[in-house]
Design a protein around this ligand. Structure first.
Ligand code: GLY
Length: 358
């Protein structure tokens, strides 16, 4: 049987949907699909490595609804978020006579969520979408909130806001994640703790390691709640609310790029959070104790906290190309205290250079 731990409801202007969080949910996918009135044709978009292990149980679960599913195997990696792969998926859907009542199941991490989500958003002007995130990062962030996109001469250049009909978050999937990837997802969990829900930080400071199942379930539930509340308040990222989720991301993305992506997303966000917190101290908003606390929590989970050997000028030049630069000025999320972020519209490159050298 499955063990449903929590259901987070997301209520946006465009769609209301549940995020089911628990153990062993994949085997009973039919229960969650039928609770949400999904039947007809399904396309399972995923990677071979996941299809080999879980494809069978997902398809049999769909068959229990007297429905059929086609499997669409997409190569791993950011390169799959392309027009070329997108049209290959459209071809499979057209060849199999998918219609407006059909459903795409996005089963994977951020790349699959973005690509399959964008397919669902655009095929027949929008069909049903189920997100089944397989990584911690996707479970607490990208599967919720409807940002979907492909790359075109730059990252996420063609995209949409398109909310899923439901999200099925099976925590068993985390058990096979490499520890580096799991910790990378924890960086986003820590970010929610810093920006929205300070209780997350208390849990991470006091829990045993490796994290017990009940602690993981609580952290994922709390993180999904944070994301849901923020998305509800600012679905289309235009009110300076959703942007708070970018704490650590502006400097983090520049670090990721300057390292030629040897530093992964979560690790770069961890370092970015430390420097954006240090900047908050330097500009007089934040008490330095918060930076020390943040560094201790990140280090507890093996996450890096400094730019070390990276070329600071390279980080700064990546920063100049960030999408969040508004009217030539760098917009950063700074902190006044834990749980109290602010948008700062006018941070100078000079002050960022100074903080990166600290
Ligand atoms: N990952 C940030 C957002 O969804 O807005």
């Amino acid at each position: 049987m499955f063990r449903l731990i929590s259901t987070v409801q997301v209520k946006t202007c465009s769609k209301c949907y549940p995020v089911y969080i628990g153990f062993n949910l994949l085997d009973f996918l039919n229960v969650f699909l039928s609770r949400n009135d999904l039947k007809g044709k399904f396309a399972l978009v995923s990677h071979k490595s996941l299809i080999d292990i879980y494809g069978g149980k997902i398809i049999s679960s769909i068959n229990r609804l007297d429905s059929d599913a086609v499997i669409i195997d997409v190569p791993e990696g950011e390169e799959s978020k392309s027009l070329n792969v997108l049209t290959q998926i459209y071809d499979v859907l057209v060849n199999n006579r998918f219609d407006r009542w059909s459903t795409i199941i996005a089963f994977g991490g951020g790349v699959i969520g973005d690509l399959a989500g964008f397919t669902a958003a655009t095929f027949m002007r929008g069909i049903n979408l189920v997100q089944i995130p397989s990584t911690l990062l996707a479970q607490v962030d990208s599967s919720i909130g409807g940002k979907v996109a492909i790359n075109y001469r730059g990252k996420n250049i063609i995209g949409a806001f398109y909310q899923p009909n439901l999200v099925v978050t099976d925590l068993n999937l985390l058990k096979s994640l490499p520890i580096r990837e799991f910790n990378s997802g924890l960086a986003e969990v820590i970010k929610y703790g810093v920006v929205v829900d300070p209780q997350i930080l208390n849990i991470l400071e006091n829990c045993s390691k490796p994290l017990p199942d009940d602690v993981i379930a609580e952290l994922v539930t709390r993180s999904c709640n944070c994301k849901a509340r923020i998305v509800e308040a600012d679905e289309r990222d235009e009110k300076d609310i959703r942007i708070m989720l970018n704490f650590g991301h502006t400097i983090g993305h520049a670090i990721e790029a300057a390292s030629n992506f040897k530093i992964n997303h979560g690790e770069a966000i961890a370092i970015g959070m430390v420097y954006e917190a240090k900047l908050s101290v330097m500009l007089g908003f934040l008490d330095v104790d918060v930076v020390d606390r943040l560094i201790n929590i990140l280090s507890r989970f093996g996450l890096p906290t400094s730019v070390n050997q990276l070329d600071i000028e390279r980080i700064l030049s990546s920063l100049r190309y960030d999408k969040k630069i508004k009217h030539g000025k760098i917009r950063l999320i700074l902190l006044k205290s834990i749980g109290n972020p602010i948008v700062h519209d006018d941070v100078s490159i000079g002050s960022i250079r100074k903080v990166l050298k600290m």
